[in-house]
Write a protein that binds this ligand. Structure first.
Ligand SMILES: C[C@@](CO)(OP(=O)(O)O)[C@H](O)COP(=O)(O)OP(=O)(O)OC[C@H]1O[C@@H](n2ccc(N)nc2=O)[C@H](O)[C@@H]1O
Ligand SMILES: Nc1ncnc2c1ncn2[C@@H]1O[C@H](COP(=O)(O)OP(=O)(O)O)[C@@H](O)[C@H]1O
Length: 316
């Protein structure tokens, strides 16, 4: 008994990366992290903002899980620690993506989705977008569509700006309003700590807080994004993205000042090389030179801030 009691006192190690077995019609929906996010301006037409962003994805301990049971009816059940109160799921991005694909593919085979929400919602890490992209991958597999079938990308674009980049969740440059994707990049995996302070931040108000009129360029648009071709070594990659920015950080801070506390908590940690917000927030990421430093930092921050969502993971 004593041995078991002693074991229970040992804090469970924070998983940096755990490749849980994922069955056939199931997929992980990893968190999407913008290591950089330059706003070039607000484009005419739809009024969306033109971006230039290096997008990477988190490891298996920082993502939602989605499974599809083939059947006659399109349905969705949502469980998990960040699922929120039970309610109708018709507006869920998983269902919206499925309906957009059904409009592209006659007699689309469907079924019941089971979504396990583990990512914070409205968090700047594309949780809903990644779920929607996962739904398109599973429906594509069920209907024998190749992963690069144009109907999948068409449905992704109609579902949301961040869904296309999540369809094939690998590191790449994202431009336009998310519809212009560069080739997958082979980057060194980056040990990181993700923090969300538990304050949902909707995307639209943050873009609005930039205060750009339609057709207006962002004041920093002339500062080119660092080139990333062939940067595969960890320290060189961090050095390359250090001078880049997230132009949504300042406006997001006006919407959720607590983001400043999460950035400070990361910068106080030994070995933190860079701390920056992802997307439109409130989630922030810290980059570390070694996994052990990231795990130690995540453990220290989680112990000090019980209400924060904290994960040590690998970004790639
Ligand atoms: C900011 C980014 C960066 O990757 O990520 P998140 O913070 O959402 O994770 C994305 O561009 C967000 O994509 P997503 O969250 O799908 O945006 P949507 O739902 O399509 O758009 C929500 C609202 O944000 C504004 N919006 C979004 C994208 C963009 N490039 N310009 C915009 O102005 C528009 O007002 C739009 O109506
Ligand atoms: N499967 C989903 N997961 C999370 N949010 C969802 C989902 N479906 C719809 N939403 C809605 O989308 C918005 C947040 O999407 P999400 O991708 O989590 O934000 P972000 O891109 O900022 O991380 C919220 O308004 C939320 O209610």
């Amino acid at each position: 008994m004593r041995l078991w009691a002693r074991c229970r006192r040992v804090p469970r190690p924070l998983p940096v990366e755990r490749d849980a077995h994922v069955p056939a019609f199931a997929t992980r929906a990893p968190a999407k992290i913008n290591l950089t996010l330059h706003v070039l301006g607000r484009r005419p037409g739809d009024g969306y903002h033109a971006l230039e962003s290096l997008v990477v994805f988190a490891g298996s301990n920082a993502g939602d899980l989605l499974a599809l049971e083939p059947g006659p009816v399109l349905d969705l059940t949502v469980t998990g620690p960040t699922a929120g109160p039970a309610g109708p799921t018709d507006d869920n991005l998983v269902m919206r993506a499925a309906r957009h694909l059904a409009a592209e593919i006659p007699n689309l085979k469907v079924g019941r989705f089971r979504l396990v929400k583990r990512l914070p919602v409205a968090a700047g890490i594309g949780g809903g977008s990644s779920d929607a992209a996962g739904a398109l991958r599973l429906l594509g597999r069920l209907n024998g569509l190749s992963p690069d079938h144009p109907a999948l990308m068409a449905a992704a674009r109609r579902t949301g700006a961040d869904v296309p980049v999540c369809l094939d969740p690998r590191a790449r440059m994202m431009r336009g309003a998310g519809e212009a994707l560069g080739p997958a990049l082979t980057l060194a995996p980056l040990p990181a700590v993700l923090i969300n302070p538990g304050v949902p931040v909707e995307t639209a108000p943050v873009f609005r807080a930039l205060g750009l009129t339609v057709g207006e360029a962002h004041p920093l648009a002339a500062q080119a994004h660092p080139a990333l071709d062939g940067v595969e070594e960890r320290d060189a990659l961090i050095a390359r993205i250090l001078p880049a920015r997230n132009d949504l950080e300042a406006p997001a801070l006006t919407v959720a000042p607590v983001i400043g506390d999460t950035l400070a908590a990361l910068r106080d940690q030994p070995g933190c090389r860079l701390a920056r917000m992802s997307g439109s927030g409130a989630t922030v990421f810290g980059l570390f030179g070694h996994r052990s430093a990231a795990v130690a930092a995540a453990r220290a921050i989680a112990a000090a801030q019980a209400g924060w969502w904290v994960r040590a993971t690998l970004l790639r």
